[in-house]
Design a protein around this ligand. Sequence first.
Ligand code: UGA
Length: 431
Amino acid sequence: MKICIIGSGYVGLVSGACFSELGNKVTCVDINKQKIENLKSGIIPIYEPGLEELIKRNVKQDRLQFTTNLSISVRKADIVFICVGTPTNKKTYNADLNYVFQVANDIKKNLNKYKIIIMKSTVPVTTGDKIENLLNSKNNKNKFDVVSNPEFLREGEAIRDFMYPDRVVIGTSSKKANNILKNLYFPLIKKTNRYFHTSRRAAELIKYAANAFLATKITYINEIANLCEKLKVNVNDISLGIGLDDRIGSRFLRAGPGYGGSCFPKDTRALLSISKKLKTNLSIVKSTVKSNDSRYKYLLNRIREILKNKFKGKKITFLGVTFKAGTDDMREASSLKLIPYLNKKGSKISYYDPTGIKPEFNKKKVIYFNNIQSACKNSDLIIIHTEWNEFKQLNFNKINNKKRFKIFDIRNLYSPEKMKKNNIEYYSIGR
Ligand code: UGA
């Protein structure tokens, strides 16, 4: 199949690289010239394990290329994926669809033969209908089908999620498009048969409903963790104990700093905005958003207690600053709220992140170190902020030369009992 991917961001690049690996001819398009130049010379704009190798291999095999020329790429393609960003509109919390419609207009000018136009970006329900209306004209009759095919890729695990999907959701009423797409995805679904064909609107809603459900699951366990702290019960036991029930399932029950990233915060808000428009009360999602938005206050309170309200002059080290491990993505990371606050209170912050990312903190007061040891040296409090493997088996007494120091493990990576044995004042979440 000849595939054109419009938008060479996270979703576009991963999908493009994986489709080319499956033997398709893929062209990834972007309006950002610098990005395309970089990609052509093998510089990948995001950190995603395995992506660089995959891209390089498929470029070499001549199955994957990059360009800024949308017209030629669309004209050559049988299938066009729209993978552009849909950021949250800061006033309405709606998904901003400017890029999507801009691209749809460009596609309209280049419908030289039948093509399947696939929405991969997360868009509000009925966006597919709007794109179809936009593309419709006398000349374009029977030349396209607009399909919704939401992505379920986790940052840091995207290639695995793409190659071994829990399910592939295809939303279309066109038999022709459905048959072609079943064929396209055949190598991924032949073993599991998890190909789910539904209406376009249902596919659009499945994406939001899935993300809002997972966000709710995380928020639920975070609130249970708050209760565990009062009851002196270990929240990990609760996660295990309830997760063994197949109806609940054990995944996404890790208590922590609250969900961040580009997807859950954006999609839960967009879902609320859709429901408001349609005068439907999604009270559970509302509570989830509210609870998660205030999670950082709970974390700050804990830090206040741990430091006995003495912030001034204290050296605090962050191990990891991104919203989760396996990514260099800082969007809605709790560190963005915690670090400036602690800084303002007079603490000195040092941090280390395995990706080498240096966010825009006050560079004089928030110091980046390129290794764990230097970042932790002389620390009064070490905050384990993300769950990278390299943080999981540290000998803190060796790393930190201070005699007395504290650890706040907001990912519950360590055993409180072991920490006690090692004479370390250790705090974690929900236990
Ligand atoms: C999420 C979904 O998992 C993907 O299926 C979806 O395709 C993607 O959004 C998207 O809409 O594009 P992602 O944002 O990459 O993927 O990250 P997750 O691994 O889902 O984690 C989201 C947040 O929840 C992170 O802040 C993470 O630390 C937190 N989390 C996750 C927990 O606090 N506890 C958990 O048990 C799991």
